[in-house]
Design a protein around this ligand. Structure first.
Ligand code: ADP
Ligand code: MG
Length: 262
């Protein structure tokens, strides 16, 4: 059983507040989705959980299994089992995908790492994800399409076997067939590993493959409304404007309580 606790997190970048008193707890086996308008701090949240030090934590903390990880470097968080599938994965020139994957997996597994089982698993997972085998010999994400980069993130997830999976717009850039493959594979991994999942998405379609029990609406750096899957339909029908309007009328604190009774 693992628990990720984000407590009262306030984060700035270049003096601008991006997250403000943000709190959320995710346990093993739970799937949470965050939806929210562009520029509201969703990607920032995932990067701060992962340990990106370009953001300044002004207040609050992040705990993993009750251990304070707020100041831990990225690799140590990854070794604890936290994984981030990024919204815009970067290309790394001169390092093959195979070498990169072997490095991150062996650094996590340390003495348990065995090359032959690793290669077998790598090849099997590539096939499962409908990727081309030659992609392992190209530079990391070098010349990969948007969708191929997203699948490459899921490949990393499978090999690293995380206990807490953060996926930032993993559906963007995927065609309908790839979306199905990615959605079904994440669900399969989640069921088998019982990991916790945080999904960030704009679209209902992904959430039909990876069904969240908890849906949160994030605006201006904090959660303004939480609910179940029906909140996805509410947003599809009403957009974010109605929530925003209420927030202005009532003040942020009152929104959660009031909208609960709608
Ligand atoms: P979302 O993922 O919800 O669309 P982001 O977390 O990417 O939003 O960004 C939230 C806000 O923070 C945006 O206004 C963005 O321009 C700003 N921001 C994020 N990262 C940086 C950065 N490294 N430098 C300056 N501004 C940033
Ligand atoms: Mg984003």
């Amino acid at each position: 059983m693992h628990t990720l606790e984000i407590m009262d997190l306030t984060v700035t970048v270049e003096g601008k507040t991006i997250l403000s008193n943000f709190s959320l707890t995710i346990n093993s086996g739970e799937i949470h989705a965050i939806m929210g308008p562009n520029g509201t701090g969703k990607s920032t949240l995932t990067k701060v959980i992962m340990g990106d030090d370009s953001y300044v934590i002004e207040n609050g903390k992040i705990l993993y299994d009750k251990k304070d990880i707020t100041k831990l470097p990225v690799d140590e968080r990854a070794h604890l089992g936290i994984f981030l599938g990024m919204q815009s994965p970067i290309a790394i020139e001169g390092v093959t995908n195979a070498d990169f994957l072997r490095t991150i997996v062996s650094s996590k597994e340390k003495t348990k790492f065995k090359l032959f089982p690793f290669i077998k698993e790598l090849e099997g997972t590539i096939e499962k994800l409908g990727m081309e085998q030659e992609m392992i010999n190209r530079g990391v994400n070098q010349g990969f399409s948007g969708g191929e980069r997203k699948k490459n993130e899921i490949l990393q997830m499978y090999l690293l076997k995380p206990s807490m999976v953060l996926l930032d717009e993993i559906d963007s850039g995927l065609d309908v067939d790839s979306l199905k493959i990615v959605g079904e594979n994440v669900t399969e991994y989640q069921k088998n590993s019982n990991c916790g999942v945080l999904l960030i998405t704009h679209y209902r379609r992904l959430l039909e493959y990876i069904k969240p029990e908890y849906v949160h609406i994030m605006m201006n750096g904090r959660i303004v409304k939480s609910g179940d899957f029906s909140l996805v339909d509410y947003i599809e029908k009403n957009g974010y404007e109605k929530i925003e309007k209420k927030k202005i009328e009532l003040g942020t604190c009152a929104v959660r309580e009031l909208t609960k009774n709608e």
